[in-house]
Design a protein around this ligand. Structure first.
Ligand SMILES: [Zn+2]
Length: 52
C-alpha cells in the first residue's frame, strides 16, 4: 500500500513520483540536470513536491 506517494511535475511535463522524499529528490535532480542542465537544490524539490 502506498497511500502517501509524492510527486513532482516538471515544467516540461514529466511527472516523477516516489513514496519517499529523499529518493524523489535524487530522481528530480538528475532529471533536471540531464534534461534541462539545471541544478536543483533539495529545497527546490521540496517546494515542487506535492502529496497525493
Ligand atoms: Zn523536465
Amino acid at each position: 500500500m502506498s497511500e502517501s506517494s509524492l510527486s513532482v511535475e516538471c515544467p516540461c511535463g514529466s511527472v516523477m513520483t516516489h513514496e519517499e522524499l529523499a529518493p524523489l529528490v535524487e530522481v528530480v535532480q538528475s532529471h533536471a540536470k540531464l534534461n534541462h542542465n539545471m541544478d536543483l537544490t533539495e529545497e527546490d524539490v521540496h517546494n515542487m513536491a506535492s502529496k497525493r
